[in-house]
Design a binder for this molecule. Sequence first.
Ligand code: C5P
Length: 244
Amino acid sequence: MHGDSRVVALVPAAGMGVRLGESTPKAFVPVGGSPMLTLALQGLIASGSVDEVVVMVPAELVDQTRALLPATDIPIHVVPGGAERTDSVRAGLDAAPDATLVLVHDAARALTPPALIARVVAQLHAGAQAVVPALPVTDTIKSVDATGAVTGTPDRSTLRAIQTPQGFDARLLRAAYATTIQATDDAGLVELLGATVHTVPGDALAFKITTPLDLVLANTLVAQGGISVPVQQRDQDREAVANT
Ligand code: C5P
């Protein structure tokens, strides 16, 4: 607890993970021998910044999930998710009525460093209403039309790749989810309400395990004992490369 605030992490883990090509729902696919969901929960607990967790899983896996939860004093609730990620997050919000601050953190970002989670929560405690981890993009990004023809090249220096956990004042996120507007991430819904979304430095290790290649990378990192390059150092390295 921090003052009167109660930080509840919602962990959407109800996706089928079609792009990963595994028969198991994605959050239950092992990385280094542990299900992604278990690793993601361990990261949240290790951050020391979370008071309670709600995990949203496929309805038929609710009981099995309870057996995968890491031992902790923090209450962890398991509830059925929904057909779309937004339905799962909505179910999580309903199961967290006492939350004053909410994190939404994909189970698929299983290797997210606890320090990144703590950074997001610290910004919320400092008064930000919405906070997302952001990394500079390394590829040039183009927009295309329905035929695949390029329609524009946005200035790369203004673009960021956005990770989770995304952190919010609970009332703001509830208001965003009370609308029926669609967005590809939680912060997108909040932006549509006109709220300012702040960024904190993301971390390469918080990548979303989506494709078979991502799974190879995640397994390799765990087998090696992980990599830990301080964000500042990595950004300096990037700048040095960009300037050569
Ligand atoms: O499919 P994608 O990689 O965008 O999913 C991001 C996260 O949302 C995953 O952790 C997945 O389990 C979760 N999800 C969910 N309910 C759905 C779809 C995805 O909880 N219906």
